[in-house]
Design a protein around this ligand. Structure first.
Ligand SMILES: NC(=O)c1ccc[n+]([C@@H]2O[C@H](COP(=O)([O-])OP(=O)(O)OC[C@H]3O[C@@H](n4cnc5c(N)ncnc54)[C@H](O)[C@@H]3O)[C@@H](O)[C@H]2O)c1
Ligand SMILES: C[N+](C)(C)CCCC=O
Length: 483
C-alpha cells in the first residue's frame, strides 16, 4: 500500500532508518489492517536528530525573517497543491473521513505555514527612549524546540508547532504519536522541498520513552506537547527540572450551554460539531451539553433525527461523514465509558453500540438526564459520546460548567447576545464560542487554562511562546559610579 513511508525518520533533510528500533505497526482504523511500519527511534537516532537541529539553528536564525517566511509560505503552497494526497494519507493514518481531512487538516497546516510565514518578517524588538539613553529589545529564538503530537490531528499538530517555531528562528525535532506516525514525515518533506535547510525540521518516531528522552535532553530549549493531562503533568515536570520553556495543549471536558431562546437547528449543529466531528476525538469538544429545560425535548428530538443522517462507512469515500475510532484501544476505552453511563443511570437516547463491520466503528451516542457527578460528565472520553445535562438558570449553569479541573474550551447558544457575552466572561476556559463551536482559525489564539494547558497556539500569541526578548540598555554619556 502506498502509505509505507520511505523510512521511519526524517533528519537533517533526509529520510533515515534504523531497524534496531522497536517496530511500530501503522493500522488503518477502518479495517484493522496493518498498512505500514516504522521503527521507534534508537538513542543513535535521537542523538542524530538533536545534533542536526542544534547545528542548523544558528544559521537559520541568522537568515532574515523575510527569507524564513518565504520558505514557510512556499511550503504552504506545496501543502495546498498536495491537499488530496495528504488528506488521503491523513485518513489512512487516523481513520477520519476524507470529507473532513480534505478541508480541515493539510488546509489548516497550510494556513499555519502561510500565517507565520507572513509574520516572520514583522518580528522585531522595540525602542524605548530614556532621555539621552535608550533601551532596545531584540526578539530572539529559543533554540531547539521539541514538538510532541497526539494522534487526532497529525498534520495539523506538526504544522501548528513547526510554523511558529521556525518563523521565530528556532529549529524543531517533532515526535508524532506512535498511533499516527505517517503525516508528520510529509510535513518535514514539504518544508525541505520548500527550501528549509537540512536540520531545521526533523521527525523522529517513538512512544512515550522517546518523547521523554527528547524532553530531558540538555540540547533542547523548549517543549510543546499536545496530549492528555497525565502526559502533560509528566512532560511539564521534566521540562521544569531544566527550566525549559513549555507549551501544553492538553485535554478537556468542555461545557456547551444551550439556552431556551437558542435557534434549535443551530444549537443542534453546534452540538454535533462539538461532539461528533472526527468521531468525537477532538480536544476542545463540548461534551457536557447543558440544555435549558424548556428546549430540551425539541433539542433531543432534532438531534436524534440529525444523527440518523450521519453517513457511516469507508472514510476514503467522500460521501462518508462519520468514521471509526483511531484504534481498537481507544474504541475499548470509549465502550467502557458508554457502559459506565448506563450503569450510573444516564438515559441512552441514541447509539451506544459497536458497528457490525471491520474496523473500530462506534455509533454516535447521546446520553440524556446526565448529572454532574456521573463519570461521563467528569472525565474526558475522547469519542462520540455526548452527555446532555438539564439546567434552569444562568448563574447555576455557569457554576456547574466551571466545576471541573479542565478549562480548554466552552460555548454558549442563545439569541440574547448580552447574556452570551456575560456567560463567556464567566467561563473558566481558554477558547470560547458564541452561537458556534470548534472553529479554529489560525488568526485566533487556541489553548486552555487550568489543567488543560499552558500557552497558546496560533495567532500572534504563539510568537510569545517561541521567542524571548533580550533587553539592551545603551548609555550615551559617561557612567556615574559611587567610588
Ligand atoms: N489541547 C489541544 O490542542 C489538544 C489537541 C489534540 C489532542 N489533545 C489531547 O490529547 C489526548 C489524546 O491524545 P493521545 O492519546 O495521543 O495523548 P497522550 O498523552 O497519550 O500522548 C501524547 C503524546 O505524548 C507522548 N508521550 C507519552 N508519554 C510521554 C512522556 N512521558 N514524555 C514525553 N512524551 C510522552 C506520546 O507518545 C504521544 O506522542 C486527549 O487528552 C486530547 O484532549 C489536546
Ligand atoms: C481544529 N479543531 C477541530 C478545533 C481541533 C483542534 C485540535 C484539537 O484536538
Amino acid at each position: 500500500m502506498h502509505t509505507q513511508p520511505t523510512a521511519s525518520h526524517f533528519i537533517n533533510g533526509a529520510y533515515v532508518e534504523d531497524t534496531a528500533g522497536t517496530p511500530i505497526d501503522v493500522i488503518y482504523p477502518a479495517t484493522g489492517e496493518v498498512i505500514g511500519r516504522v521503527h521507534s527511534a534508537t538513542p543513535a537516532i535521537i542523538d542524530h536528530a538533536l545534533n542536526a537541529a542544534r547545528a542548523a539553528q544558528a544559521a537559520w536564525a541568522a537568515m532574515t525573517g523575510t527569507e524564513r517566511g518565504r520558505i514557510l509560505r512556499r511550503a504552504a503552497d506545496i501543502m495546498r497543491a498536495r491537499n488530496h494526497d495528504l488528506s488521503v494519507l491523513e485518513t489512512f493514518d487516523t481513520g477520519k473521513p476524507y470529507q473532513e481531512t480534505s478541508v480541515a487538516d493539510a488546509t489548516s497546516g497550510a494556513d499555519a505555514l502561510e500565517y507565520f510565514g507572513g509574520m516572520a518578517a514583522t518580528l522585531t524588538g522595540e525602542h524605548i527612549q530614556l532621555g539621552d539613553d535608550w533601551v532596545y529589545t531584540r526578539r530572539e529564538p529559543l533554540g531547539v524546540c521539541v514538538g510532541i503530537g497526539a494522534w487526532n490531528y497529525p498534520t495539523q499538530i506538526a504544522s501548528w508547532k513547526g510554523a511558529p517555531a521556525l518563523a521565530c528562528g528556532n529549529t524543531m525535532v517533532f515526535k508524532p504519536s506512535e498511533t499516527t506516525p505517517l503525516c508528520a514525515l510529509k510535513v518535514a518533506e514539504i518544508l525541505h522541498e520548500a527550501g528549509a535547510p537540512a536540520g531545521v525540521y526533523n521527525v523522529v518516531q517513538g512512544l512515550g520513552d522517546v518523547g521523554a528522552a527528547l524532553v530531558s535532553d540538555s540540547r533542547v530549549d523548549k517543549v510543546s506537547l499536545t496530549g492528555s493531562v497525565p502526559t502533560g503533568r509528566k512532560v511539564y515536570a521534566a521540562a521544569a527540572a531544566e527550566m525549559k520553556h513549555v507549551t501544553m495543549e492538553l485535554g478537556g471536558k468542555s461545557p456547551l450551554i444551550i439556552f431556551d431562546d437558542a435557534d434549535v437547528e443551530n444549537a443542534v449543529s453546534g452540538a454535533i460539531m462539538a461532539n461528533f466531528y472526527s468521531s468525537g476525538q477532538v480536544c476542545s469538544n463540548g461534551t457536557r451539553v447543558f440544555v435549558q429545560t424548556g428546549i430540551k425535548e425539541a433539542f433531543l428530538a432534532r438531534l436524534t433525527e440529525r444523527l440518523g443522517k450521519a453517513v457511516i462507512g469507508d472514510p476514503q469515500d467522500p460521501e462518508t461523514s462519520f468514521g471509526p475510532m483511531v484504534s481498537e484501544g481507544q474504541m475499548k476505552i470509549v465502550q467502557g465509558y458508554i457502559a459506565k453511563g448506563q450503569d450510573e443511570g444516564a438515559r441512552l437516547v441514541t447509539g451506544g453500540a459497536r458497528l457490525d463491520r471491520d474496523g473500530f466503528y462506534l455509533e454516535p451516542t447521546v446520553f440524556a438526564d446526565v448529572t454532574d457527578g456521573m463519570t461521563i460528565a467528569r472525565e474526558e472520553i475522547f469519542g462520540p459520546v455526548m452527555a446532555v445535562l438539564d439546567f434552569e438558570d444562568e448563574a447555576e449553569v455557569l457554576a456547574r460548567a466551571n466545576d471541573t479541573e479542565f478549562g480548554l474550551a466552552a460555548g454558549v447558544f442563545t439569541r440574547d447576545l448580552a447574556r452570551a457575552h456575560r456567560v463567556v466572561a464567566g467561563f473558566e476556559a481558554g477558547t470560547c464560542f458564541i452561537n458556534s463551536y470548534n472553529d479554529a482559525p489560525v488568526e485566533a489564539p487556541f489553548g486552555g487554562v487550568k489543567a488543560s494547558g499552558v500557552g497558546r497556539e496560533n495567532s500572534k500569541a504563539a510568537i510569545e511562546h517561541y521567542s524571548q526578548v533580550k533587553s539592551v540598555y545603551v548609555r550615551m554619556g559617561d557612567v556615574e559610579a559611587p567610588f
